[in-house]
Design a protein around this ligand. Structure first.
Ligand code: IPM
Ligand code: MG
Length: 341
């Protein structure tokens, strides 16, 4: 039976990179695809970024493929206005996607596309394991005319399960990133991570790194990292920073997974309102997210590898979209990758 995939093109360049990703998928297999409105596009249609119907469809799918949400049209500081991002957060929470995996492995062909020197980034191969359904993103929020608050909370159980994902994914070392010199949640984080480590993964090296220092080390010695384990907001920030090691944020895929049930696969980048409609969006992070879906979501390892190596060979062959310093359009990039499938 064909795998059922819910596709959420979303906003901005979302639809422009989703369509080519579906071409790539069709080149490696047969899938039952079901598209749903999501984010700002869904606010325009239904007044909310995530409808019950879309959430239900995602729940019963084998995997969910998302492009991007958000845009200036829906930007507002008014807490009463619906926001596209609420759709994404609602979906992560609704599907219980507590583990976000963001691999950062610069491709040799792109070493010179990074703003960092080649010697710095050469050989970098790290994985950001970001906790995705807790912390300050989901704590209680208050707002009056003159004050506002966002609560950052974590439970032992939430930390344990993400720590297990990180240790399980590590080859040699987990760098647990926190702010234990200031935050109470970070002190609990550190305690629980140490417990999981000594009880279940003593053969893996564990180090604790304060988030400010981690931000520095990520550009000064990225090769040092294997798995970076961190909480929701630190992971959000560090993964954008890490993206630049690969040359462009247009290169970074991600997988968000739950203990059971469908995963959500999406590029790390946003909806890029500045280049919408120009046909120049880099679709590679979207293709690589589709590859992560094939591997982690549908257990189609050889199909996943085929997509990844096609992307790599297209880059080796000189493919460069404008974000990588070239002039290839989205459709030229797509053709270049399809040629290797
Ligand atoms: C990401 C994005 C989201 C986040 C936004 C769009 C809510 O930046 O996936 O990294 O902050 O998690
Ligand atoms: Mg982000």
């Amino acid at each position: 039976m064909a795998h059922r995939i819910v596709t959420l093109p979303g906003d901005g360049i979302g639809p422009e990179i989703m369509a080519p990703a579906l071409e790539v998928l069709r080149a490696v297999g047969e899938f039952e695809l079901e598209e749903h409105p999501f984010g700002g596009a869904c606010i325009d249609l239904h007044g909310t970024a995530l409808t019950d119907e879309t959430l239900a469809a995602c729940r019963s799918a084998d995997a969910v493929l998302l492009a991007a949400v958000g845009g200036p049209k829906w930007d507002s500081t008014d807490p009463a206005r619906p926001r596209p991002e609420q759709g994404l957060l609602g979906l992560r929470k609704g599907l219980g996607l507590y583990a976000n995996l963001r691999p950062v492995k610069p491709m040799p062909a792109l070493y010179d596309a990074s703003p960092l020197r080649r010697e710095r980034i050469e050989g970098t191969d790290l994985l950001v394991v970001r906790e995705l359904t807790g912390g300050i993103y989901f704590g209680e929020k208050t707002r009056t005319a003159d004050s506002a608050s966002d609560v950052c909370a974590y439970t032992r159980e939430e930390i344990e399960r993400i720590a297990r994902v990180a240790f399980g994914a590590a080859r040699a070392r987990v760098s647990s990133v926190d702010k234990a010199n200031v935050l109470e949640t970070s002190r609990l984080w550190r305690e629980v991570v140490m417990e999981v480590h000594s009880r279940e993964f003593p053969h893996i090296e564990l180090q604790h790194v304060l988030v400010d220092n981690a931000a520095m080390q990520l550009v000064s010695s990225p090769r040092h990292f294997d798995v970076i384990l961190t909480e929701n907001m630190f992971g959000d920030i560090l993964s954008d920073e890490a993206a630049m090691l690969t040359g462009s944020i247009g290169m970074l895929p991600s997988a968000s997974i739950a203990g059971s049930g469908p995963g959500l696969f999406e590029p790390v980048h946003g909806s890029a309102p500045d280049i919408v409609g120009q046909g120049i969006a880099n679709p590679l992070a979207m293709f690589l997210s589709a590859a992560m879906m094939l591997r982690h979501g549908l257990r189609l390892e050889s199909e996943a590898t085929a997509v990844e190596s096609a992307v790599q060979r297209a880059l080796d062959g000189g493919l460069r979209t404008p974000d990588l310093g070239g002039s290839a359009s989205t459709s030229e990039a797509t053709q270049a990758v399809l040629a290797y499938l």
